[in-house]
Design a binder for this molecule. Structure first.
Ligand code: MG
Length: 366
């Protein structure tokens, strides 16, 4: 919202969905007076309608119909979970540009998104995730066949320097103190387990159509390198700058132009103190699971996503310890009888069965 206001686009916003966030939509609705409003929860939608005296659309179906009706030039999708997939697919169909902040849509339905994107020749798909925005920028003007390897940088999350035995029982407050980025709760927990980085590898695989074995994640503490790309001639390009989510958000809107800012620029001498490290698998056991998932059909990504959603929810509810998150995800993914989803119906079914299994795994801990 800040980015849109800074770009002077407040009056161009035709639709504002608060997702599940009643409070934020209520605040923003006052500023974005011309926008249609939407919330997923019908009850919350009705309440907001009464408070504002404005119509509020409700549920996924309404959102899809609104998109069809309004045909916005740009749809910025940052819906979490499985719902994001349908919204991304619809947006690719009706819009000129989809700015994609929902990595879940690619994790659960990457092949469907890619299929639709290729069919809609005039639609642009611009990643917003900071690492993927960086890679997108690094690849501008390059031929696809020149791309040899991608390195995604990872901050390591809030517990990166904790003693391993202490880390097991880290409290909610500790996990939510991200060292570099200011983000929502779920993704901040996902950073501490590096589930987020695993999802980003999947995201990069689909967005840039590069095999998994050519994507690597490295720990990078300073947060100044947002990703790196190696080309077939051995040359690396590095995306370097201050970490601030407003940059990739703005880029997804202004591309092919860039913002002009008068803020302090980063001194290139900072490159002298940059560190890159191999990721420690004892600290982030989720990578061992990921290795095994690469030999499984892509239903494993859907189960991974939903098991994480449940485990993080229960951790934030104070019902399970921090160390249980990765165990619950692993057990759920490895219990599932995997297969290749043929359509969205399959995706939903896998999500439903995975959800029940993850809930059973949670019960073993409480
Ligand atoms: Mg990211």
């Amino acid at each position: 919202m800040d980015v849109l206001e800074n770009l002077g686009l407040r009056d161009s916003v035709v639709l504002l969905s608060g997702g599940s966030n009643f409070t934020i939509l209520r605040e923003e609705a006052r500023k974005f007076e011309r926008a249609e409003l939407h919330l997923f929860d019908p009850k919350a939608g009705e309440e907001l309608e009464r408070m504002l005296g404005r119509r509020v659309f409700k549920g996924l179906k309404d959102l899809e119909l609104l998109l069809e009706d309004l045909k916005p030039d740009l749809v910025f999708v940052e819906i979490s979970g499985l719902k994001s997939l349908k919204v991304v697919l619809k947006s690719l169909e009706i819009s000129k540009r989809v700015a994609l902040a929902s990595k879940e849509s690619l994790v659960v339905g990457g092949k469907f998104v890619l299929e639709k994107y290729k069919r809609m020749r005039d639609t642009e798909l611009i990643p917003v995730d900071s690492e993927h925005s960086a890679i997108f920028q690094l690849l501008l003007g390059e031929k696809k066949e020149n791309l040899d390897e991608i390195v995604l940088t990872a901050s390591g999350g809030a517990l990166r320097d904790w003693d391993l035995t202490r880390m097991k029982d880290a409290r909610i407050d500790d996990v939510l103190k991200h060292p570099v980025w200011k983000m929502g709760k779920k993704i901040t927990v996902d950073s501490a387990t590096m589930v987020n980085k695993v999802m980003e590898i999947v995201e990069a695989h689909y967005l840039f159509e590069i095999p998994f074995e050519r994507i690597r994640a490295l720990l990078h503490r300073e947060g100044l390198i947002h990703s790196m790309v190696k080309f077939t001639d051995g040359i690396w390009k590095i995306h370097f700058g201050f970490p601030n989510m407003k940059k990739p958000i703005a880029f997804s809107i202004t591309y092919p132009y860039r913002l002009r800012t008068d803020e302090k620029f980063i001194d290139p001498l900072k490159l002298l103190n940059i560190s890159l490290e191999e990721i420690d698998r004892n600290r982030y056991p989720i990578f061992d699971l990921f290795d095994r998932m690469l030999n499984l059909p892509s239903s494993s990504f859907i189960v991974f996503n939903v098991a994480d959603e449940i485990a993080v929810r229960e951790f934030l509810n104070g019902r399970i310890p921090f160390s249980a998150i990765s165990v619950i995800i692993s057990n759920t993914v490895l219990r599932f009888d995997h297969f290749e989803p043929r359509d969205l119906k399959d995706v939903h079914e896998i999500d439903g069965v995975g959800r029940r299994m993850a809930e059973e795994e949670v019960e073993k801990w409480v």
